[in-house]
Design a protein around this ligand. Structure first.
Ligand code: CP
Length: 334
């Protein structure tokens, strides 16, 4: 694998899953693979799981890790080409990425805008910062979450479903849930992208007005009645997201879409999933979260093995190859 920006970068999903399961049995199987290699991690927003699991995964492979909280520790980045930079943005992303590529063998970037994590729909869906890092860093790039995708989370979710499923083709329901503020579509988009490539019966339960981009919904059946959607589910994945058509808004919803024990009773004794962090008793009740069928901590634990499998694949593909940073490429032209 050259980069890991979305599901589409995965060459062989079965092999990647196998690697993740192997790492779960023996996390130190490849503890020399990343020796003398450096992973740079860039964060724009808060993070607990991504930050820690990615560092741990790199350490397990023998890599060194550097972390830059770019909003507070770096220069304010400009992303527009040709901009006269006489405002508040001090450094162009094409320079920042190219320089980081000189110090790092792989770069992970969490490009979620600070605050509610959303700008305008066209801006978010262009995923410019991530794409510019791919273009200018000259080293493999891992998407640690953007405003529209979170592939490491989704891979961990798939690992979790694969290890717990009790039938070949389980019914997996992604259910919208309430929140105190509008949330990005990164988790649902990404989850649907991965689940559309898995052997599952896929349902999205959501109120009217919360449609997701059809690009990500794919073959999933969309149901607007939550109890109907949950009927017979083997896995229930709760997540809040904002409206796509009225981007950034939260159209009012009359019914209570929180996941409760009563609602879980409509399922086939389903496992309950969420990417965390979760606002307890807003998205799902304590009763659901603390029940034996809640697998939210297992999902978070599997982030480690998902990331180790991705890093291994990138290290193997790129081992021995010389870096071709944008500057090195420019220099080679002269
Ligand atoms: N699920 C997830 O990515 O969590 P963090 O934002 O805490 O990293």
């Amino acid at each position: 694998m050259k980069h890991f920006t979305s599901f589409h970068d995965v060459d062989d999903l079965s092999a990647l899953l196998e690697d993740a399961f192997s790492f779960k049995k023996n996390p130190f199987a490849y503890d020399e693979l990343g020796k003398r290699k450096t992973l740079g991690l860039v964060f724009l927003s808060s993070s607990l799981r991504t930050r820690l699991s990615t560092q741990k995964a790199a350490l397990n492979l023998g890599m060194s890790v550097m972390v830059l909280n770019i909003e507070t520790e770096g220069w304010k980045l400009e992303t527009q080409d040709g901009e006269i930079m006489d405002g508040t943005n001090t450094e162009h992303v094409k320079d920042a990425a190219a320089v980081m590529g000189q110090y790092c063998d792989i770069i992970g970037i969490q490009s979620v805008p600070p605050g509610v994590g959303m700008l305008e729909r066209d801006v978010d869906y262009a995923d410019a910062l991530l794409k510019q890092f791919v273009r200018y860093a000259g080293v493999p790039i891992i998407n640690l979450q953007s405003a529209i995708l979170h592939p490491l989370q989704s891979f961990a979710d798939l690992i979790t479903i694969e290890e717990l499923k009790e039938i070949q083709k389980p019914k997996v329901v992604l259910s919208w849930a309430p929140h105190v503020m509008p949330m990005t579509q990164a988790i649902p988009n990404s989850f649907l992208q991965w689940m559309n490539n898995a052997d599952v019966e896929l349902v999205v339960a959501q109120p009217e007005g919360y449609e997701l981009s059809s690009e990500f919904v794919g073959k999933a059946e969309v149901i607007h009645n939550q109890n109907e959607g949950l009927l017979g589910a083997d896995f229930v994945y709760a997540k809040s997201w904002c409206s796509y058509n009225r981007y950034g808004e939260m159209p009012s919803v009359k019914e209570d879409w929180r996941i409760t024990r009563e609602k879980m009773n409509h399922t086939n004794n389903a496992f309950f999933m969420h990417s965390l962090p979760i606002r307890r008793n807003v998205i799902a009740t304590d009763e659901v979260l603390d029940s034996p069928r809640s697998i939210v901590h297992r999902q978070a634990g599997n982030r480690l093995y998902a990331t180790q499998a991705v890093l291994k694949s990138i290290l193997k593909s790129n081992n021995g190859s010389n870096k071709t940073s944008a500057y090195a490429f420019q220099a080679s032209l002269f």
